[in-house]
Write a protein that binds this ligand. Structure first.
Ligand SMILES: Nc1ncnc2c1ncn2[C@@H]1O[C@H](COP(=O)(O)OP(=O)(O)OP(=O)(O)O)[C@@H](O)[C@H]1O
Length: 264
């Protein structure tokens, strides 16, 4: 019954946003946004400061409720579901400033990000200790493989506080991958990252994308956007200004005007 979205499409988009609006009192932060993200796509969400990008992420992630509109993950309407259920449906999110547990090892930080492990329920330790041990081993192996994927395996037993800002972003990628997401919302992966590590992050996002994972990316670094994104949506004043390939939107005079207007 809740398959109203994408029912006519085959297969459904990984993420569909239809007529989503967010009002704060009389102020409209997100104004009637409609878009979808196809499987395997890397979609960029750009726009000047205050355009509504972060609010759009909050709405998709379920951390703020929409004033109007609907959101679907894999064709299932999740508009009334909270953030945790959306994670279980395959939605992952990274934050602009990752906050790993500083005194825990990288490995433990990644392990903490898994979903629904049997060991969560203490009683299972008695009735199914063998299963718990097998799960623990599988989770550890998976976490180590993910740390290897983001080139942090050699630091697996170090506390997260030793990491640079850019390395924290890589750790965040490993953490979000632990829950087997279908789509990852990436909030400014380039912000505060040095040029060398930025290349590593771009390369790792490509590798994860090649494994079939879809991305929606907020980013101010236009070089990164044009190298990574298949398609870009430009937001301004809460609305979709235009969408297209990175090259096409960069040439659109409305986009230049929105950025110059925003800077004024
Ligand atoms: N909780 C809130 N209450 C009132 N206004 C809010 C709230 N959250 C966001 N806004 C406003 O909504 C607008 C959009 O903010 P948002 O953070 O989504 O923009 P953004 O495009 O992510 O900007 P930036 O690139 O600077 O991060 C801003 O004017 C902001 O002040």
């Amino acid at each position: 019954m809740d398959r109203g979205f994408g029912a006519a499409e085959s297969p459904p988009a990984v993420l569909s946003v239809a007529g989503v609006t967010k009002r704060y009192g009389g102020f409209v932060a997100v104004d009637d946004m409609t878009f979808s993200v196809g499987r395997g796509e890397i979609l960029g969400l750009i726009g000047p400061n205050g355009a509504g990008k972060t609010t759009m992420f909050d709405l998709v992630a379920g951390s703020v409720p929409p004033s109007a509109g609907r959101i679907a993950i894999e064709g299932v309407d999740v508009s009334r579901e909270g953030a945790h259920r959306r994670i279980r449906r395959g939605l992952g999110r990274t934050f602009q400033i990752p906050r790993p547990f500083p005194d825990l090892t990288l490995l433990d930080n990644v392990l903490l990000a898994r979903q629904g492990q049997t060991g969560e329920r203490l009683v299972m330790n008695f009735v199914a200790s063998g299963r718990v041990r097998a799960e623990e081993k599988a989770a550890r192996d998976k976490a180590m493989a993910l740390l290897e994927l983001v080139l942090l395996k050699r630091l697996a037993e170090e506390p997260a506080k030793v990491l640079s800002g850019g390395q924290r972003k890589l750790l965040e990628l490993a953490r979000v991958m632990m829950a087997d997401p279908a789509i990852i919302l990436l909030d400014e992966p380039a912000a505060g990252v040095n040029a060398t590590l930025l290349e590593v992050i771009i390369d790792r996002i490509r590798e994860i994308n090649a494994r079939g994972i879809t991305f929606l990316l907020i980013e101010h670094n236009i070089d990164m956007v044009s190298r990574l994104c298949h398609r870009v949506i430009v937001m301004a004043s809460g609305r979709k200004l235009c969408e297209g390939t990175p090259d096409a939107v960069a040439r659109d005079p409305r986009v230049v005007e929105a950025y110059l207007g925003g800077a004024a």
